[in-house]
Design a protein around this ligand. Structure first.
Ligand SMILES: Nc1ncnc2c1ncn2[C@@H]1O[C@H](COP(=O)(O)OP(=O)(O)OP(=O)(O)O)[C@@H](O)[C@H]1O
Ligand SMILES: [Mg+2]
Length: 347
């Protein structure tokens, strides 16, 4: 077909439903957090002692993906810093900074402590301690995705240096294997985050939609459908809105129809699954793909296919732990009792 160069409407953005995409993405730091008052108050009570120069209480935040764990901690750090000068805060994602050295380097860099990147772990710790002593300030370190740490010793090191820690994970049992010596010095308090209900999700999505979309671009009914489709995960809900808006724009519509939300749902869930799978270890990835290829499969069949591949390198017990983790992450569904367990994909 012949393409002729004329002033076309190819790049017309007038029918655009999206005013700003950012509020629908992870880079957006929300100033309004909905339905997390209980967790907010609890977390604040753990951090409050630092305002008067005392040690904060260490806390472990856990719950499934997209339930506001990271957002609440960052929000709280902001609040704390604007309330008092007595405290420094540092956020570390252990997926990116997994070794003790990497965690301490992040602290040193965030606190702008004069140090040398070639310094050993012990020396970095001394630099942090020295800086806190000199300034008379307290430090709280958030360790997000804490189960990615190569060694939990850094928790002990931070604690012994007088820092407070906030640990975050999807996995309630993430810290089950932490040495008792470390556990007792941390004396972590637990704070659970549950999935959002459809009504709670509606409040989150409608607030973001008002920031992201042109007025009237999405109706309450369609937002409620998206809120149900999100399945309790705000990241999925926001991705549904973003994708549905793009589909509507592609179709030249200035209104997001129900059909686009339904189409966007599958994409949004599969983006989430790929993200989580990308972060799994080698054996968990293998097990996930066995289930994914089969659709629905008996546990005994997964085990035999898996053990053939790994050639006896993994025990049946570890296999069961890996499968439990896939279920916790909602990558696969389990049904039936232990002996007749069947697995299927959640997509
Ligand atoms: N209560 C809330 N109010 C407003 N926005 C929220 C709320 N909870 C989550 N969000 C939004 O949903 C997205 C995911 O939230 P967040 O990253 O805090 O989840 P998470 O629990 O840390 O998930 P993960 O375990 O995958 O790291 C973010 O874009 C965040 O802005
Ligand atoms: Mg998070």
């Amino acid at each position: 077909m012949l393409l002729i160069k004329v002033m076309s409407d190819l790049f017309d953005v007038e029918s655009s439903v999206i005013r700003s995409e950012e509020p629908l993405t992870d880079v957006f730091a929300p100033t309004r957090l909905f339905h997390r008052e209980g967790q907010r108050d609890y977390l604040a009570s753990c951090m409050k002692p630092v305002v008067v120069g005392r040690m904060p209480r260490n806390v472990f935040l856990f719950g499934p993906t997209g339930v506001g764990k990271t957002s609440l901690v960052l929000w709280m750090f902001d609040e704390l810093s604007s309330h008092t000068d007595n405290v420094r805060t540092c956020y570390v994602n252990c997926w990116k900074s997994g070794s003790t050295h990497a965690v301490l380097s992040k602290v040193v860099s965030d606190l702008r402590i004069f140090s040398n990147p070639r310094r050993q772990t012990k020396e970095l710790l001394e630099d942090i301690e020295g800086s806190l002593k000199k300034s008379g300030k307290k430090l709280i370190v958030a360790l997000d995705e804490v189960d990615r740490l190569e060694s939990y010793d850094v928790l002990y090191d931070l604690c012994r240096s007088g820092c407070g820690v906030v640990c975050i994970s999807n996995d309630e049992h993430a810290l089950a294997n932490v040495d008792v010596r470390i556990k007792s010095s941390l004396s972590l308090e637990w704070l659970e985050f549950k999935e959002y209900s459809a009504d709670e999700m509606y409040d989150i999505l409608s607030d973001r939609a008002s920031l992201a979309f042109a007025p009237g671009a999405i109706s309450e009914t369609v937002l409620r459908i998206a809120a149900v489709q999100a399945g309790g995960d705000a990241r999925v809900g926001l991705e549904i809105l973003r994708k549905a808006a793009l589909f509507s724009e592609d179709a030249g519509s200035s209104v997001i129809g129900k059909e686009y939300v339904i189409r966007a749902h599958k994409d949004a869930v599969s983006v989430k699954v790929r993200q989580i799978v990308g972060g799994l270890g080698q054996y968990q990835k293998m097990l996930f793909s066995i289930v994914e290829n089969a659709g629905t499969v008996k546990s005994s069949e997964v085990w035999s296919a898996f053990s053939k591949e790994v050639g006896g390198k993994v025990s049946e017990r570890s296999y069961r732990n890996y499968m439990d983790k896939l279920v916790t992450l909602k990558l696969v569904k389990a049904s039936g009792d232990v002996r007749w367990r069947e697995y299927s994909t959640t997509l």
